[in-house]
Design a protein around this ligand. Sequence first.
Ligand code: ATP
Ligand code: MG
Length: 193
Amino acid sequence: MYLKALKLHGFKSFADPTTLKFEPGVTAVVGPNGCGKSNIADSIRWVLGEQSAKALRGGKMQDVIFEGADTRKAAQICEVSLLLTECEKQLGSEFHEIEITRRVHRDGQSEYAFNGQPCRLKDIQKLFMDTGVGRTSYSIMAQGQIDQILSSKPEERRAVFEEAAASPSTSRSAARPCRSSRSRIRISPAWPT
Ligand code: ATP
Ligand code: MG
């Protein structure tokens, strides 16, 4: 399975309908500061169901809608579609290609679609469960997250591992470090040792 295309319309700086096509292998997005590279990563996170405006570098959810420019008025709606191909094996799907769409209006109304048919966020979450794809599965690493992992400060690296292991936040665990890490690491007696 691989990401075949990403379609953006009215999402952040992508006011015009834009389709990005990807091939198997490594793809690099290159451009000057502020040209919209991180907005592409944000759009993937968003279409997969991100509910935190902060994770999308905004204050509220509607901040992802194109807010207008000197020569252009703001958009009222934004839409992102993500097209995955060769999905049968990884997603256990009857479909060879899967297109997930998310749309949001300025009044806050939000919609999701699966292969063009309206669906719920829950259906999308269920589809990607345990596949390594998804907004919380580290398949998308935001700018600065790699720095955090490579950081020489153990507490910064630890915060990443704790989040990946779904442990309590660093601030909470810092207050009782031994309890939180010990209580979560258990070896099942049923496993061979
Ligand atoms: P850098 O190299 O500095 O990381 P980048 O290529 O990752 O830059 P982005 O952060 O993706 O750039 O894009 C920032 C641009 O997107 C800014 O010019 C900002 O004004 C624009 N932008 C963000 N949200 C919106 C929005 N809702 N409407 C219009 N433009 C937006
Ligand atoms: Mg960036």
